[in-house]
Design a binder for this molecule. Structure first.
Ligand SMILES: [Zn+2]
Length: 127
């Protein structure tokens, strides 16, 4: 036996297509972590779809964190909505925060979209 670096090797399984792959890691990892890595690197259609969904959620969350940095409860709400909309649990969600209405949905190209509008009413009366 001649294993110079003694890099731990684990076989991970893609949770979508079941493809097995031997991976080398610097430290010890659990089976679940190995499966996660193999799934995230797999080229099967379902794994790609999942990757794509994760990317949308990450970007949308970054946007929400900037946009609502002073209201963590609104960020948390958006994060939940992004998860549900990209998972096709719901088609569209409207969030009302202050005087803004934010509609969250997947557009026809599959982009996770937030359409925000603000109701502005102005009235001046003079006598
Ligand atoms: Zn796969």
């Amino acid at each position: 036996m001649n294993n110079e670096n003694e890099m731990p090797q684990t076989t991970g399984v893609c949770k979508y297509c079941g493809q097995r792959k031997l991976i080398q890691t610097v430290g010890e990892i659990t089976q679940a972590q190995a499966d996660e890595i193999v799934t995230s690197e797999c080229d099967c259609p379902d794994a790609k779809k999942m990757k794509n969904r994760k990317s949308k959620i990450t970007k949308a969350n970054e946007w929400a964190e900037l946009r609502f940095e002073r209201t963590p409860e609104v960020i948390a709400l958006f994060q939940e909505v992004f998860r549900s909309v990209t998972n096709n649990e719901v088609e569209k969600v409207s969030i009302k925060a202050n005087e803004w209405t934010h509609n969250v949905f997947l557009d026809s190209d599959g982009y996770l979209t937030v359409k925000s509008s603000k109701k502005v009413d102005e009235e001046e009366s003079f006598a």
